[in-house]
Design a protein around this ligand. Structure first.
Ligand code: PHE
Length: 453
């Protein structure tokens, strides 16, 4: 029972911290979700709004979370109990733990698809297939009531197993090595994709903005995705921040993680959109976009067989380094607030989330007639978590640090003996005090119709 509050894990090295936070940030969000929602909401216009949110809101909220976590040395809920005892701030933590449940439920399903695509790649599943067959392969998989459920449960099992091993051995080790390999694969894919005939239309779609295409829903999704892709708004980085040692420079960690995450999303866009246009696939295709686009690219590529195996293996691993960070939010909460052991907490969290995940998976097929506000269960979990819970969580986290934590404590915790200059500190305080909360509030109010643009 030494694995309780008394002995908290910490990350071993400076690179370990960045690797773990980047491992959390880089995942299905960058490679699966970013292209498909950018495709739905107009390409470049969406990209630019998303980038603006990353800089103006993502960066400061990420620093805020790490500050809260490292200062309090607690989980997403406990952190607020330590820093603001006897106040309702702790409910932000409950919001975060709930978001973790919802996100991991559909995340595990998509990761399961990715595992199936490793299997298909190994079996040389794409080389003999026409574009139509590649499309129906995806539909048949996702609509099946058995296979994707088993794959999702397998993925959850692996996630749970790594979380049981613990932060240092589990999380740090697996994130260190594979990220650079992922970047190389994406660059290779991008080169192939850009050289396809008709690729230019895809590059124009991704980089030449037509802001008239932008809708209120598009702006909300860009905001939600800025949070989702950087793992913000639900306490993942509060939890990870609590494992960071006092001499780590948080500001440089935040900047490096944000750059890595953004570069990988843009690379994924360059790998996918030229191919989408070259193969005449609709950019608005939805959650299947990468699964039906990329096999066509592998099909035509020298070495495509090896590339496709490597790509889906790395996608699955990237999903894993994110899913463990999501599960860790719930596990740290169970462990510290209910005094459970790491093992028991992980079993409980994994089982509960897996049950929700089964519903997500089935909602693509047999349960598809059941919809809520026009969305199936899978899309509902995604929508509520990314577009509602994360931005609301992020708003309160920013307000907490900007208004209640105070400049002095922020300086102590972020500067490590004075590394954050006065100007940077003032800029940060200004962003968390005003810009981030006001921007989030405007986007949310616009959605519910309290404001209309
Ligand atoms: N950032 C991860 C991704 O882009 C998903 C994630 C969301 C992880 C929220 C942790 C918390 O895939």
């Amino acid at each position: 029972m030494s694995d309780k509050n008394q002995s908290r894990d910490t990350f071993g090295s400076k690179f370990g911290v960045i690797a773990a936070a980047a491992g959390s940030a880089v995942g299905l969000g960058n490679i699966w979700k970013f292209p498909y929602i950018a495709g739905i909401y107009g390409g470049a216009a969406f990209l630019f709004v998303y980038l603006a949110f990353i800089v103006a809101i993502g960066l400061p909220v990420m620093l805020s979370e790490l500050i809260i976590g490292r200062k309090s040395q607690r989980n997403a809920f406990g952190a607020f109990k330590v820093l603001a005892p006897g106040t309702p701030w702790k409910y932000i933590g409950i919001l975060g733990v709930s978001a973790a449940f919802l996100i991991l439920s559909f995340y595990g399903v998509v990761a399961g698809w990715s595992i199936q695509y490793i299997i298909l790649s190994v079996k040389d599943g794409f080389s003999s297939k026409s574009p139509e067959e590649i499309t129906s392969l995806f539909t048949a998989l996702t609509e099946s009531p058995v296979k994707p459920v088993i794959l999702q449960l397998t993925f959850m099992l692996i996630t749970g197993a790594i979380v049981i091993i613990g932060v240092k051995k589990g999380i740090e080790k697996y994130t260190k090595i594979l990220m650079p390999v992922l970047v190389v694969i994406l660059i290779g894919l991008s080169i192939k994709s850009v050289s396809l005939e008709g690729a230019k239309a895809g590059l124009d779609f991704l980089f030449k903005p037509d802001f008239s295409k932008l809708t209120g829903d598009g702006v909300l999704s860009a905001l939600g995705h800025a949070f989702f892709t950087l793992s913000l708004g639900m306490g993942t980085l509060i939890t990870y921040g609590s494992y960071i040692s006092k001499n780590n420079n948080l500001v440089s960690t935040v900047i490096q993680v944000t750059i890595a995450d953004t570069v990988i999303a843009i690379l994924a866009g360059i790998a996918i959109f030229p191919a989408v246009f070259a193969f005449g696939i609709a950019p608005t295709e939805g959650p299947g976009l990468i699964f039906i686009t990329l096999p066509n690219v592998f099909h035509q590529m020298p070495g495509g067989f090896v590339f496709s195996i490597l790509f889906f293996v790395l996608l699955t691993v990237a999903a894993l380094t994110s899913s463990i960070s999501i599960l860790e939010v719930v596990v740290a909460y169970f462990k510290e607030e209910f005094n459970m052991g790491r093992k028991g907490a992980t079993y409980l969290a994994t089982i509960l989330i897996s049950i929700l995940g089964v519903l997500c998976s089935l909602s693509m097929g047999v349960l598809s007639p059941y919809t809520f506000f026009g969305l199936n269960f899978f899309d509902l979990m995604d929508w509520i978590s990314a577009n509602l819970l994360l931005p609301i969580g992020g708003l309160f986290i920013a307000v907490f640090v900007g208004w209640f934590f105070g400049r002095k404590k922020v300086r102590e915790e972020s500067a490590n003996g004075g590394k954050l200059s006065g100007v940077a500190l003032s800029a940060f305080i200004f962003l968390v005090k005003f810009i981030a909360p006001i921007a989030i509030a405007i986007v949310l109010m616009n959605k519910v119709g309290l404001l209309n643009f």
